[in-house]
Design a protein around this ligand. Structure first.
Ligand code: ASP
Length: 439
């Protein structure tokens, strides 16, 4: 049995946090492969080591003195090393980093040192082997993650080790140059490692006890989610719910390896299980609610639109030509509405309108801005009657005007458009009806 355990930055921000992590790993001998992030914030105003590294390298790039900034980074590690009573010197590492910064090794290299150094400290602390991610995780020349090469090399390398620490967030190009994933990418590394060792579970340890049904900035103390499917999670994270990097589900999803989100500060909590499919009913009809503000709706009207073959294609082509992606396209008999991100659309608005006029000759085009989209997601919706009705009566009770409704064909989600101003109240109304009152 093998478990891959990834620890986020806040779980590794200090020696005290490292000790909690050590206890968690030692409590279960199946926790054999460890993927650490760089040290995160120790308190609210603190700076993550990754951000310190970006800042430090920005000076190096301008040929400015960066020694104070590099010393401040080093102090973060020394504090951890001495707090853990380790006899570990990072002299050689920091000499190499200073030299490579001066030689302008690149900001990816710079940022990756946060995980690299933390991996060395972690391996020493646990007595596990350290494996540099640059030697086992690969990107192709275009910078795309090379899944096959990585899986082969990483898989065979790890088959030789009983235990190992593999730093998160980075890998290398064919020529050896370091490349990072996007921010938060240690989650992705954890998933890649889990796939390579065919882990039984990928535990992702962070500072919350899993996913919440709704955003705690909007709902006071929202309930947690026990089990969520990959598909549900995709829908929610696309709509802004965050805990896990978006790309982290892909490597494990195909292999059917579950992800368990856990809290380093409350290890006894079960957290959230992310699974392929489950017979476990979610506690409520809905699994989660998420949403985003800042959309525009372009309403296009034309008599007999319905019978004009190719109308929709021509409209969407105008958006494509202007490099704007669309979110939803609800349509009626003589109307079609295209939802887009306001910030992508604002500058190109008149070009798009002119383009639609030219290619489709509509009767009218009307643009509405400052709209929000809310996704109500749940595998339970398929078999529950009246879900949409409940949502809309709750919204009506809260005097919220619904601008758009779109039920995905998978019956996994219902998307609702409201004004930005109604966004928070709409989420509260939906949460109340499904979770608090359970009508
Ligand atoms: N340390 C990196 C970041 O701050 C990667 C990670 O934590 O996953 O984005």
């Amino acid at each position: 049995m093998a478990k891959v355990v990834k620890f986020g930055g806040s779980s590794l921000a200090s020696a005290e946090q490292f000790k909690k992590v050590g206890d968690i790993i030692r409590a279960d001998k199946d926790r054999r492969y460890v993927v650490p992030s760089a040290p995160g914030k120790r308190y609210k105003e603190d700076t993550k080591v990754t951000d310190m590294l970006y800042g430090c390298y920005a000076l190096a790039e301008k040929d400015m003195d960066f020694s104070n900034e590099l010393s401040a980074i080093r102090e973060r590690y020394e504090e951890i090393i001495s707090g853990l009573n380790l006899k570990l010197s990072l002299d050689r590492e920091f000499d190499a980093i200073a030299k490579n910064f001066t030689d302008k090794a690149g900001s990816d290299y710079a940022a990756s040192r946060g995980e690299y150094l933390n991996g060395i400290v972690m391996a020493e602390y646990l007595g596990f082997e350290f494996i540099d991610a640059a030697s086992v995780i690969f990107f192709d020349d275009e910078g795309a993650f090379d899944a096959d090469k990585t899986n082969n090399i990483l898989g065979s390398r790890l088959s030789e080790c009983e235990n190992a620490v593999i730093p998160g967030f980075y890998g290398s190009y064919c020529d050896g140059r370091v490349k990072t994933f996007s921010r938060g990418g240690s989650d992705v590394t954890g998933s890649i490692v889990a796939k390579a060792v065919k882990a039984d579970v990928y535990e992702n340890w962070t500072d919350v006890s899993g996913f919440l049904i709704a955003d705690p900035r909007i709902i006071d103390n929202p309930q947690g989610i026990d089990t969520i499917t990959y598909k549900e999670l995709r829908e929610l994270s696309y709509m802004g719910a965050s805990v896990l990097h978006e790309d982290a589900i892909f490597p494990v999803r195909k292999e059917g390896i579950p992800i368990n989100i856990r809290n380093t500060n409350m290890p006894e909590d079960n957290g959230t299980w992310i699974v392929g499919s489950t017979c476990q009913k979610s506690r409520y009809v809905i699994t989660g609610i998420a949403g985003k503000k800042g959309f525009c709706a372009i309403n296009i009207e034309k008599d007999m639109m319905n019978s004009e073959i190719g109308f929709g294609r021509k409209v969407l082509q105008v958006f494509e030509e202007n490099d704007i992606s669309f979110e939803h396209v609800p349509s009626g008999i003589d109307t079609m509405t295209v939802f887009v991100h306001q910030d992508e659309f604002a500058d190109k608005e008149q070009k798009v309108v002119a383009g639609i006029n030219r290619s489709c000759s509509p009767d009218s085009i009307d643009i509405e801005s400052d709209l929000a989209l809310i996704a109500v997601v749940g595998r339970g919706m398929k078999s529950a009657r009246g879900t949409a009705g409940r949502i809309f009566s709750a919204l009506a009770h809260s005097k919220i005007n619904v601008k758009m409704i779109d039920q995905g064909s998978s019956e996994l989600n219902i998307i609702i458009g409201v004004t930005n101003d109604d966004f928070e109240d709409a989420i509260k109304a939906i949460y109340d009806i499904f979770v608090l009152t359970r009508l």
